[in-house]
Design a protein around this ligand. Sequence first.
Ligand code: HEM
Length: 460
Amino acid sequence: MTPDEPKEDGKLGLKSRMKPGLDRAKAVAMKMKPPKPKFPDEPPPGPTRPSFWRSPLRGPWLTSFLGSALLPLIIICAVTGFLSHAAYNPSLGDNSFFPDGPVDFNFYFFSWPTAPPFLYAVTQGLHVISGVIAIPILFAKLWSVMPKLFEWPPLKSASHFFERISLALLVGGSLFVFFTGVLNTQVYYPWPFSFVPAHYYAAFIFIAALTLHVSLKIPTIRKAIREKGIVKPLGDDLKHTIPEPYVEGSTAALEPDKPTISRRAMLATVGAASVGVGVMMAGQVVGGPFRRLALLAPHGTQLNHGPNGFQINKTAEAVGITADETGAGWRLRLAGGEMVKLTRDDLLAMPQHTYDLPIACVEGWSTTQSWSGVRLSDLAERAGAPGASEVLVESLQTGGSFSSATLSSGQISNDKSLLALKVNGVDLSLDHGYPARVIVPAAPGVHCTKWVNSMKFQAA
Ligand code: HEM
């Protein structure tokens, strides 16, 4: 055998696979190909072995049932989440899907409205309620598919590799979105990144992976329903709970244990957990007597007394606002056609208006109070920018993502949009934004800037 001849190598089997005429370069290239990862046929002991997973409840029907319960909740959560993005960027044109991206995907075709005034309280309330209700179901769903996460061999082919990546994005994306969302409702940010963009972009990854996942699982769901019905297994008590048949690659157990709980009892437990956390979250959204149920919400049960005794997310002390800055020396700086400086007495001398308006926080709580102050449209006129197209409102608070907010022309021109000086008939407390704060119907609470320092109107 010459060195150029392919080796009669039993392992590589090159000679038998080479066609006559295959040139030397090809042979060398073939020899240099990195070896495919090889896994032993026999899975190592532990969760990679099908016999490890013994729950008699697992199987395609249970997973399909849990997935079908999860899907509508995720749709509500996703739609209201993307509406929240529009509310954060209220001017049409500013609410692009990827504001900082190379391409402007602007699918929003509306400016965020100002009516009905409780709009953001409803959309954000639905967002957090559907989100927390989904969590026990998500955990049950992940439990039901656990054997598939330890599938052996971990890598079979290129298409299997991409499927695993899409599952990693699905599971990782869902856990990230739900985990950051829950911690946000607790006003707890133990991470170095900014919550809003991280939660928003992760939601895109999660929703894209979920759309792919559900499309690929339609045949499994249809088969499970055809064989077992949509709800028929819920009629089975413990005695009649039989394991789903094992088929290679499914989640059903190869060697199931004897059931100790029926499927309907297991699903009822998950449902009760969902309803429980949902009611607790709803308590802070609905308010009134239901607020007492908001046991999981840090601001949900704040029931201080007096006209200023409602929820505060950030106190003046927490953001470094001092009584000196807000005392007699405070001036509201208006910019538009001209620069104007107004004292609080100047503002009180302008026409005052009172409206009952909800303030709705991104964390989910909302509360309706009676606010009094000057219309934003009157201030635009005073600044020499009647019918202004936009206003940048800046707080005395320095730093922080929401120390300023941009409001749209629709928000400025709404009669109920106020620079509030009083709440429930008394001066705003320092924690509620004294000497003046913005209140705009249907706007997220973070856009109702407290301790207003300046308002820069854009002429129409
Ligand atoms: C947050 C959402 C979800 C996550 C994280 C998730 C995760 C998973 C994972 C990791 C698997 C195992 C891998 C596989 O079989 O390909 C799986 C299987 C499956 N999922 Fe999902 N899933 C989600 C939502 C859904 C939804 C909404 C449905 C139905 C509408 C669904 C239906 C199924 C079905 C039928 C299976 C196959 C079960 C079997 O073969 O026994 N999933 N899911």
